[in-house]
Design a protein around this ligand. Structure first.
Ligand code: AMP
Length: 133
């Protein structure tokens, strides 16, 4: 079954397209955190970041960098959040790889709402051993 983003890429569902090339499409997010919030979407429907080939990821990041510049020059934003929800457990709603770029302005009142954990004694070193590569 096609993802909603494949339907958008193929023109079956309307969208505001900002860029298209052989590997990706860039659209405006329909429910922006701030106006101008955009999505860099891989043309191939890789369900997650983890499944995407490195060459495509490199391209998506290059396009995200261009989009970041455009947000700064066109909207005058002072920062951006780049975000990939990677898998359903992380909050990914559309299982088709996309990078969010959210324009940010000083004191715009938007923030990530993650609560943070603390490590018990010695636990951080254990995680370090598990995760070194
Ligand atoms: P995620 O939770 O990372 O999968 O984000 C999916 C994003 O797609 C959300 O920010 C939605 O607002 C956005 N979205 C869903 N449907 C559409 C649509 N038809 N056009 C543009 N953006 C959409």
């Amino acid at each position: 079954m096609k993802t909603i983003f494949t339907k958008i890429i193929e023109g079956e569902i309307p969208s505001i397209k900002l860029h298209e090339d052989a590997l990706c499409t860039v659209i405006l997010d329909i429910n922006p955190v701030n106006k101008g919030h955009l999505l860099v979407i891989s043309r191939e429907p890789y369900p997650t970041f983890s499944e995407c080939p490195q060459t495509t990821l490199d391209h998506l990041m290059a396009i995200a960098k261009l989009a970041d510049s455009k947000l700064r020059t066109a909207l005058g934003c002072e920062g951006t959040n780049l975000l990939i929800n990677n898998g359903e457990a992380s909050g990914q709603e559309v299982p088709h790889l996309h990078i969010h770029l959210i324009p940010r302005f000083t004191n715009d009142g938007k923030k990530f709402a993650f609560t943070k954990e603390t490590y018990a004694d010695g636990e951080m070193a254990t995680y370090g051993k598990k995760l070194g590569f």
